[in-house]
Design a protein around this ligand. Sequence first.
Ligand SMILES: Nc1ncnc2c1ncn2[C@@H]1O[C@H](COP(=O)(O)OP(=O)(O)OP(=O)(O)O)[C@@H](O)[C@H]1O
Length: 337
Amino acid sequence: MTMATAQKPLLRATKLSKIYKSGRSLLPSRRQQVHAVNEVSLEVMPGETLGIVGESGCGKSSLGRCLTRLQDISSGRLEFDGRDITDLSLRQIRPLRREMQMVFQDPAASLNARRRVGDLLAEPFRIHGIGARSEIEDRVSELLRRVGLRSEHALRFPHEFSGGQKQRIGIARALALHPKLLVADEPVSALDVSIQAQIINLLAELREEFGLTYVFIAHDLAVVRQISNRVAVMYLGAIVEVGDADEVFSTPRHPYTRVLREAMPEPRLHAKRPERAQVKGDLPSPFSPPPGCPFHTRCAFAKERREVQRPALVKAADGRAVACHYPLDGPHPTGLA
Ligand SMILES: Nc1ncnc2c1ncn2[C@@H]1O[C@H](COP(=O)(O)OP(=O)(O)OP(=O)(O)O)[C@@H](O)[C@H]1O
């Protein structure tokens, strides 16, 4: 790989939006729209892990599915490996599936319960016409070993495995064809904490071994922190802060990031801060998001004059970006404070 190639983002989203039309009303004019992803722009560089964190319903899964084109994009642009893939049809996108894969929270849902694990892992090779039968068997055994299982496990059915083992199988299936990009959507949320760490370690090892690039989605900041180089914080469909993971966690600039961080189960952090930041009220309905700054209804710092404007995500000189009229730390990005 040349330096020039290395410096180009593997994935670039520009003002990417996903709007769902709710089917609740029979009258099309009365149907409500959910702006699940609202003009998100981000870049993922080869070899890095971008964590995406935010509360349930903020649009993380929708963004993940758009980034891998498992679902259509309503507006904006998506480039993968230098190619515009925004409007590719399902047929056109199929060959790219080898290069961009997803791992989900519930691996059992994507593993056909009636088929043996060996068959499930052989499927990607068959679909893409790769390898003779004996070669595929060898590759399946190797895959199982690589994710910490045994080759004999190929003969078993998914229900014979624990939650952590099922996720190992899900990861093996996603990595079978050596993709460039893996989007993991809450891959450890359903697992016990001790198993979570094992799966995160496995993902980190595989990233190094295969030179993978990850988008790692989770509602749990502590989980995202363990594996991400950079992190993007989402609120009501928009990215409100993005930057180096350690810096975002140690000195959050968006009031919402600070609330998320202080909810982390770290006794040391809480002991130092008896007055923890509180988020006021409930997450507004995505059917009728507040005008102006989407966080102003819950923000301890918002003042009326700033409610009417939606703050843009502006990058400061140190590379961190925040969409806030009242950032908490560091250079002010908009000059409005
Ligand atoms: N297929 C769909 N049709 C209509 N609305 C949808 C659809 N999928 C998601 N939504 C809505 O879009 C918004 C974002 O949902 P999404 O699942 O992307 O968020 P999330 O942050 O991943 O939440 P969770 O962690 O609970 O899955 C929510 O209001 C959700 O109800």
